[in-house]
Design a protein around this ligand. Structure first.
Ligand code: PLP
Length: 325
């Protein structure tokens, strides 16, 4: 895949429009700061707490924005998507709120609580066998058969614009920043935040953070060739996507200043620190951006740094185990 920008790729103006559209529908999540963190990293660190967003992650922004952009005919027919994680719940919840029928394709071995939560929000769940089927294909087939509109987890202009409102808001709340650190899976959040930063945070460097075992975006960013990593082994389940997409690859290439990786031990250390010292409950993927600072992978001495905490949906029992009891 080339890194040519599709003609309908979102711009900063689309992020601005999404911010207006989402006002009153999504939570304006708080900034959190800590003297302990500032002293440890020698910088002024401002955490944007999307773990406190509705449904526990920023995905509610992109899903809500995409639904609000549908035509009346599309709304009447319903939407379909595939995800075993936060996008499923976000789209299910946003759809119920807007009176749109949602169908979500999920692996039959997905955690029972996630299946229950998605069904609990009123979505129809279609199960598939991960050994024998490809979820995108099932989703596309359902879309064709039932006339449903696909709302993908990240590679969609309205989804990207919605996710970008995280940084749009952060710019309003924080004022000037020298550096913005954003976790990266499929790159929807990073693409949107980079668009917002270019418009609202002049001079701010935007750096994406990936798990070392799932470094496809970092390699794609550096080489200019779209690179895939299948079924990566990492505790960061929100960043296990195989690659950037048709929109997110060119957007990341154009608007992001650098990409770095952190290993799972660095994520564990960051999670533990944020939980014990800052009392923040965060899922592993949500701690990626801070892990880059905490581990020293990114140096920010004397700077004002925005750190996106992207989500907080973690099984509390599993968290103890994750952190080593
Ligand atoms: C989906 C997700 C990510 C990655 O977002 P992309 O838009 O796929 O890059 C990061 N953190 C959390 C908590 C997520 O749910």
């Amino acid at each position: 895949m080339s890194d040519a920008l599709p003609a309908d790729a979102p711009s900063a103006a689309d992020v601005a429009a999404a911010a207006q559209r989402l006002a009153g529908r999504v939570k304006r999540t708080p900034l959190h700061c800590s003297q302990q963190v500032d002293e440890r990293v020698g910088a002024r660190v401002l955490f944007k707490c999307e773990n406190l967003q509705r449904v526990g992650a920023f995905k509610f922004r992109g899903a809500t924005n995409a639904l609000l952009r549908l035509s009346p005919e599309q709304r009447a027919r319903g939407v379909v998507s595939w995800s075993s994680g936060n996008h499923a719940q976000a789209l299910a919840r946003a759809s119920r709120e807007q009176g749109v029928a949602a169908t979500i394709v999920m692996p039959q071995d997905a955690p029972a609580i996630k299946l229950a939560a998605t069904r609990g929000y009123g979505a129809e769940v279609v199960l598939y066998d991960r050994q024998t089927a490809v979820r995108e294909e099932i989703g596309r087939q359902l879309a064709a058969e039932r006339g449903l509109t696909i709302v993908p987890p990240y590679d969609h202009p309205d989804v990207i614009a919605g996710q970008g409102t995280v940084a749009w808001e952060l710019a309003e709340q924080a004022g000037h920043l020298d550096l913005l650190l954003v976790p990266c899976g499929g790159g929807g959040l990073l693409s949107g935040c980079a668009l917002a930063a270019k418009a609202r945070l002049p001079g701010c460097r935007v750096v994406g953070v990936e798990p070392a075992a799932a470094d496809d975006a970092t390699r794609s960013f550096k080489s200019g060739e779209l690179t895939k990593v299948h079924e990566p082994d990492t505790i960061c389940d929100g960043a296990r996507t195989p690659s950037l997409g048709r929109y997110t690859f060119p957007l990341v290439r154009r608007n992001v200043d650098d990409m770095v990786t952190v290993d799972d031990d660095a994520v564990r250390a960051a999670l533990r620190f944020l939980l014990e010292r800052l009392k923040l409950v965060i899922e592993p993927t949500g701690a990626l951006a801070y892990a880059a600072l905490h581990s020293g992978a990114v140096q920010a001495k004397g700077q004002r740094v925005g750190v996106v905490i992207s989500g907080g949906n973690v099984d509390v029992a599993a968290l103890g185990e994750l952190l080593g009891g």
